[in-house]
Design a protein around this ligand. Structure first.
Ligand SMILES: [Fe+2]
Ligand SMILES: [Fe+2]
Length: 299
């Protein structure tokens, strides 16, 4: 496919568009270096956990490490579909998105090498529902775009990637890290990195919701694709939380499965409600709402 024109030499990039605002923000606060995270205290804290607590933190980290690697590997078909849909601002923003996912994988890999000192037989922590989500559902929704770049396929991919994997599963995972580590003030380096990762992810999720809202605003029938995809993946998401808890007689850190099921369900409802509103919104109103969300995330 040839290029017929370039944005920079015709109309210019729209600096006030949500993807360019996100790109500006990524250049400002997304430039942290996982290699600079200081693990001195984390190395001292690691042996203080009970065996079960260490197992739980390792399980969570093995889930995140592979999850971040998966989103790094699987984003490219969406970038390609956007590049070929004449959305230059979105294309520019997505370059920072991909780099950030690679840095997240870099951080969790560093944790496993420098803190956990484990052998790398960590796939054992990936159970049935986790595998269905990260080994199958995510790559198949994303790789479908290699041959099908229809709005339906893009909406299915972005719903899987941005709404479910990032907006529900990753958010629930951070919640677990903070509940486990915050109360006892343990592993400050890890918590600092996760705070940075969470900021990066807030931009990714804002982008995904913006992208999906625009598609839905242009064609209300795409709302059904969002709902179907979310519902298909909800059972696996809840199953993934449940299968983790079944591994322990007494949940480590006194954590309660229902807290996580409710948190995930709350995220699910929140994301769905936001997109439901997009059905009756104009593109200008979606831009405006997204700008507000980007500014609020700054606060
Ligand atoms: Fe990430
Ligand atoms: Fe992300």
């Amino acid at each position: 496919m040839s290029h017929t024109a370039f944005a920079t030499t015709t109309r210019g990039l729209r600096r006030d568009s949500p993807p360019m605002l996100l790109f500006e923000k990524a250049k400002r606060i997304g430039i942290w270096n996982p290699s600079d995270i200081d693990f001195t205290q984390d190395r001292i804290d690691w042996p203080l956990f009970t065996d079960e607590e260490r197992d739980a933190v390792l399980r969570l980290t093995a889930s995140f490490a592979a999850g971040e690697e998966a989103v790094t590997l699987d984003l490219l078909p969406l970038m390609q579909a956007i590049n070929q849909s004449n959305m230059p601002e979105e294309s520019v923003y997505l370059t920072s998105f991909l780099w950030e996912e690679a840095k997240h994988a870099d951080f969790f890999d560093r944790f496993l090498t420098e803190i956990a000192h484990e052998d790398r037989d960590l796939d054992r922590f990936h159970l049935t529902c986790y595998k269905s989500l990260f080994y199958d559902a995510l790559p198949s929704a994303m790789n479908a775009l290699v041959t099908d770049r229809s709005p339906r396929a893009i909406v299915r991919a972005a719903t899987t990637y941005n709404l479910v994997i990032e907006g529900i599963i990753a958010e629930t995972g951070y919640h677990a890290y903070f509940l486990a580590l915050d109360e006892k003030n343990l592993m400050p380096g890890t918590r600092a990195a996760i705070t940075k990762i969470k900021q990066d992810e807030a931009r990714h999720i804002a982008f995904g919701i913006y992208l999906l809202s625009r598609f839905i605003s242009k064609d209300a029938a795409l709302w059904d694709v969002v709902q179907e995809t979310m519902n298909d993946l909800l059972t696996l998401t809840m199953g993934m939380i449940h299968e983790m808890f079944t591994q322990y007689e007494t949940p480590p850190f006194g954590q309660d499965e229902s807290v996580f099921q409710n948190f995930a369900m709350g995220q699910f409802t929140k994301r769905l409600e936001r997109l439901d509103r997009a059905r009756s919104m104009s593109l200008a109103a979606i831009d405006e709402l997204t700008r507000t969300v980007i500014e609020e995330d700054d606060a």
